[in-house]
Ligand binder design. Sequence first.
Ligand code: EPZ
Length: 430
Amino acid sequence: MERTAGGGLGLVDKLLIKGGISLNGAIAVSGAKNAALPILAGTLLSAEPVVVRNVPQLKDVATTITLLQSMGVEVTFDDKLNVEANAGNVVDRRAPYELVKTMRASILVLGPLVARFGEADVSLPGGCAIGARPVNLHVQGLEAMGADIKVENGYIHARADRLRGAHIVFDTVTVTGTENLMMAAALAEGETILENAAREPEVIDLADFLSAMGARISGAGTSAIKIEGVRELHGTDYTVLPDRIETGTYLVAAAMTGGKIRLDRAAPDHLEAVIAKLQEAGADIQFGDKSIEIDMRGKRPKAVDIRTTPYPGFPTDMQAQFCAMNAMAEGVGTITETIFENRFQHVLELQRMGADIQIEGHTAVCRGVKKLTAAPVMATDLRASAGLVLAGLAAEGETLVDRIYHVDRGYERIEEKLRQLGAEIRRVVG
Ligand code: EPZ
């Protein structure tokens, strides 16, 4: 079955994984999904061509490209997924429900559309498996910048002559909220300050991309970002940073299978909280300037306690993976999820594989078992599915993970990369 533009395959695919094999070898990390998505949305801010490199081949990238094309942006990409976008002739300023419902990150076109064209009609993303995930902070920020916004019939209708700078304090740290308003502020009249801003590396990458287009941004990566609006932004050629969550996921795969792997084209300094926890679990980790190597040969991980918080704290996107590791680790580990209200769906499936995990409110108490046992399981969201794949790699027997279109949204060629590390895994169609 040939690949779609986003590297995803069919909606009914499953992954069949033979567990118990220690991973070994080296793979290259792909570009970061959560940087590529805002950066691609940011191409709307200029009438000149923009080249974005190291874009991962993912379903969510394909969806974003389709959304941009539906607006009139000319988007081309080569087989190395260098994407060229030209938003010189944007005729449609809408993000329809049919597309937004498949990918909530579509909300990232809202800020650029209002900033450059003074209008946008973007479908509300709606909830998702991990929580309600409202976008009220995005809307409130744009209103503070002078946009007139009506939310009706499931759409955000935004209008503005020209946005003007504002001093915005986020009630909650929001990654895409920070990104949307940073993009809006780039073309607003005057200065915008974003307080309690998200500090993720992907926010910094977006700021660097916008600056390469001529935006005037300072403080990205801190909780206070200052943006001096300019009249227009020019084209640029930008390379997306490595995906720290993909990197962390493979590090946990090696930890759970007692393997030794090296990840190339990585950004070690974006994974401090994750690496500290892997070292606590007993991993020996070595660093190159663009590589990370983990050695867990002959070892069973020790259970660790995790509490997810905004960057630079422990990332919520690594919670399911550590839940899977704790499930087969030595001892008892607690995992507290503070960002999303319903991000323990992987626990139900891990329990079917023999995990001994009790959920008490926002905390999962994991009593490690010596061996998980294979079972047919079902993915429910992107990172939960990653956790199930990891559990399958460590379990006794053959695990069949269903609904792996969730995996294809965030992991480029996952079965190829795992096979490169010695795993026995294949995609089962239908
Ligand atoms: C981004 O989602 C990531 N997605 C998520 O990654 C990640 O889990 C999340 O940040 C947290 O790190 C992308 O970058 C595309 P938030 P985002 O706004 O921006 C509440 C993955 O696996 N909130 O930082 O949607 C919200 O409900 C995905 O790759 C409001 O209340 O997350 C949540 O509880 C999953 N109002 C908290 O803030 C708002 O207006 C953090 O959400 C916005 C957010």
